[in-house]
Design a protein around this ligand. Structure first.
Ligand SMILES: Nc1ncnc2c1ncn2[C@@H]1O[C@H](COP(=O)(O)OP(=O)(O)O)[C@@H](O)[C@H]1O
Ligand SMILES: O=C(O)C1=C[C@@H](OP(=O)(O)O)[C@@H](O)[C@H](O)C1
Ligand SMILES: [Mg+2]
Length: 167
């Protein structure tokens, strides 16, 4: 059984994915990390040199590959749901959990991390709200379960994921 985590920046996909993989003793993959490994460069460099379009092409190639595996935990990047082919790979090849998170907490949890190019702006709150307006329907479309992360520490989020998946 594959478990794929989707949701906005700061939802905890990378953090929860790693904890969940330990809990379930399954391999963990973070699509952002695989993208960086394959590119030999970090995400800000990819956005800077290849643009968001170049990053999205890399993201689709990685998601297509990783979702072909079995019994993995995959943390996607927040924009993975933008492309319909990515949504198809995710929906058809595993159980998709949407880590729903308020914009306020997205801001609080991403404030210190400068590795998110889309948030290096004057008003990250406005950016995140706009992204949620576009992406929440896509997260909802692709997911099998919605797990709220507000007011839950990572361990409680992991427990809730296990509960909704009956594992
Ligand atoms: N449920 C949670 N409660 C509090 N902090 C969290 C929670 N989930 C993640 N975090 C913290 O938020 C930050 C962003 O988490 P991360 O896993 O990078 O999110 P994403 O991969 O969805 O962008 C990290 O510092 C992480 O420790
Ligand atoms: O929301 C997005 O478009 C992005 C989210 C990031 O991943 P996280 O959601 O893990 O921060 C990363 O893929 C890139 O900066 C783009
Ligand atoms: Mg992440």
């Amino acid at each position: 059984m594959n478990i794929f985590l989707v949701g906005p920046m700061g939802a905890g996909k990378s953090t929860i994915g790693r904890l969940l993989s330990t809990e379930l003793d399954l391999p963990f993959f973070d699509s952002d990390k695989v993208i960086e490994e394959r590119a030999g460069a970090n995400i800000p460099w990819i956005f800077d040199v290849e643009g968001e379009a170049g990053f999205r092409d890399r993201e689709t190639a990685v998601i297509a590959d990783l979702t072909c595996q079995n019994n993995i935990i995959l943390a996607t990047g927040g924009g993975a749901v933008l492309k319909s082919e990515n949504r198809s790979y995710l929906k058809e090849r595993g159980s998709v959990i949407y880590l729903k998170t308020s914009v306020e907490l997205q801001i609080e949890r991403t404030r210190k991390d400068k590795n998110r190019p889309l948030l290096q702006t004057e008003d990250p709150t406005q950016v995140l709200q706009k992204l949620m307006d576009i992406r929440d329907p896509l997260y909802q479309e692709v997911c099998d379960h919605v797990v709220t992360t507000d007011k839950r520490n990572p361990k409680l989020v992991v427990s809730e994921i296990c509960r909704v998946l009956n594992i």
